[in-house]
Write a protein that binds this ligand. Structure first.
Ligand SMILES: [Zn+2]
Length: 163
């Protein structure tokens, strides 16, 4: 994993994406404020939806970005990005893998970039950001902001708040 991905300093992003995983009670992450990941880093690393999807693809299925285990071929295969849907297809059998499936981003009409920004803002605020603030920062409706906060809080965050 690229060490430039520090946005999720307080959010154990890759491991906690699956909605089914139990996130509470996981040991605290070591705190380090020395190498701060800024909003500029975030923008550089995730300039568009494709780079966000690629991040999910690499962290969940294909660390090298190209080869992943194909459940249909039952072995490692090369995959390519589909142009018309946020998915990757097996070069050999055409099986599709959707990196957002089974994550908090699944079935959301909000772009991945906004989700990543929301997670960044949340980790920056030590989870104290309100739906109202998120609404303003992201330019989404209050309802959307509230839903995002709720999903991030309940499914993604390692509960390491200072008691
Ligand atoms: Zn295949």
């Amino acid at each position: 994993m690229s060490n430039s991905i520090r946005v999720f300093q307080y959010v154990n992003f890759c491991q906690l994406i699956p909605m089914s995983s139990v996130t509470r009670g996981i040991p605290k992450q070591a705190e380090s404020r020395e190498s701060r990941y800024t909003v500029m880093d975030l923008q550089r690393e995730f300039p568009d939806a494709a780079s966000c999807l690629d991040y999910l693809w690499r962290s969940r299925f294909a660390p090298d970005g190209h080869t992943a285990h194909c459940p249909k071929c039952k072995c490692r295969r090369r995959f390519h990005r589909l142009t018309r849907s946020p998915a990757y297809s097996c070069d050999s059998c055409g099986h599709h893998i959707h990196p957002m499936q089974g994550t908090i981003f699944e079935k959301s009409s909000t772009s991945l970039q906004l989700w990543f920004y929301a997670i960044f803002l949340m980790s920056e605020s030590r989870y104290r950001i309100s739906a109202k603030q998120l609404e303003r920062e992201l330019g989404v409706t209050y309802k959307t902001a509230w839903r995002m906060l709720d999903r991030i809080r309940s499914k993604l965050i390692v509960d390491d708040r200072v008691p």
